[in-house]
Design a binder for this molecule. Structure first.
Ligand code: TRP
Ligand code: SF4
Length: 333
């Protein structure tokens, strides 16, 4: 029997190439090898944005559209929304009871989020009980499917460690080996930086969206940082110090193209503006199919909603089995 994986993403609205290259592309490959569950973590969005919910439903939909456009196949993957599976909330309660307070306080990602929250909202902002519970809720997501593994980026590994600890503790307390200790499945996908050389992110305004048009992409690529020491086309270039454009070439170009760009740049035979124009057209070619599919789903929202309902149902079947077992183990029913 094939192993089960589960992973989720917070609904931050339209996704960017960092999400695509760093996470989704990996999921698209893994879905053929594993029994795969992918969900939008809309409850997790509430941990920091409980007072900004007006766009939440739409953001959830946009995330699923980006996934489908990127090649997640609803025929083989189960695509669902966290809040549509209420069993997760129940499991969250049981797991919360067995989780020592200092385990969640130690969570490094949580500490980072708290820091960001404080700088954004000013001194008085409080960390909510819900945000403290982030790692427990995430464990509930994963253990709800009793997953073998969780494909995530390196930034989420600490969370998977807590999940393993919580699973082990639950098993010890209730004298069972029911829950698996899920492993993090790290991807070897290329990480892509933002147009300014920093981490790509919506709030940094340095991202290229999956949903951007070819024209928007070209315009953004023209702003990408290059070798700062170069003023003219004939200046000898240093591709390895070309902080963004050459890195993008390495992700989107063929080996042959990369070699040619490097060579021409070093010899001063290639101007940065031309180089980026070519780069943009290469990127647009690679992304064309995804964007076509995105346009299709955007105009067939009922189809997207049906896909989610089907996924919700399938996820709830698995969740129902797990929660029944948990109630029995805890001796509730
Ligand atoms: N914390 C993850 C993120 O910010 C999202 C997430 C929530 C998740 N629950 C999960 C990822 C369960 C993997 C498994 O990206
Ligand atoms: Fe970068 Fe291309 Fe300019 Fe060289 S020519 S510095 S690779 S943008």
């Amino acid at each position: 029997m094939s192993q089960l994986i589960v992973s989720g993403m917070r609904p931050t609205g339209k996704l960017h190439l960092g999400h695509y290259l760093g996470v989704i592309q990996n999921w698209v490959e893994l879905q053929h090898k594993y029994d795969s569950y992918f969900f939008v973590a809309d409850w997790h969005a509430l941990t920091t944005k409980y007072d900004k919910t007006e766009d939440l439903k739409n953001d959830v939909l946009n995330v699923v559209i980006d996934w489908l456009a990127s090649g997640l196949d609803p025929e083989i993957s189960t695509i669902y929304v966290q809040s549509h599976v209420p069993e997760i909330a129940e499991l969250n309660i049981y797991l919360g009871m067995v989780t020592p307070q200092n385990w969640v306080e130690r969570d490094p990602t949580l500490k980072d989020m708290a820091k960001i929250l404080r700088t954004k909202e000013g001194q008085n902002s409080q960390i909510s009980y819900g945000l403290m519970g982030y790692p427990v809720l995430m464990s509930a997501d994963i253990m709800m499917m009793n997953a073998d593994a969780v494909p995530v980026g390196i930034d989420q590994v600490a969370h998977i460690e807590i999940t393993r600890d919580i699973a082990r503790r639950f098993n010890n307390i209730y004298n069972t080996d029911f829950f698996k200790e899920p492993k993090a499945l790290l991807n070897n996908c290329s990480l892509i930086c933002g147009l300014d050389g920093n981490k790509m992110g919506k709030s940094f305004h340095n991202d290229i969206k999956i949903s951007d048009t070819a024209e928007e992409t070209a315009k953004k690529v023209m702003t990408a940082i290059t070798d700062r020491s170069r003023m003219r086309k004939t200046d000898l270039g240093h591709p390895d110090e070309c902080e963004v454009a050459f890195k993008y070439w390495q992700v989107f170009g063929s080996d042959e193209q990369i070699t040619r760009v490097r060579c021409e740049c070093e010899k001063g035979e290639r101007g940065c503006a031309d180089c980026k124009r070519q780069l943009a057209s290469e990127m647009n070619e690679k992304l064309a199919e995804i964007r076509e599919r995105r346009v299709y789903y955007e105009s067939h929202l009922d189809e997207v909603k049906d896909i989610i309902s089907e996924g919700d149902k399938k996820a709830r079947v698995r969740a129902g089995e797990v929660i029944s077992k948990v109630r029995e183990l805890v001796r509730m029913y």
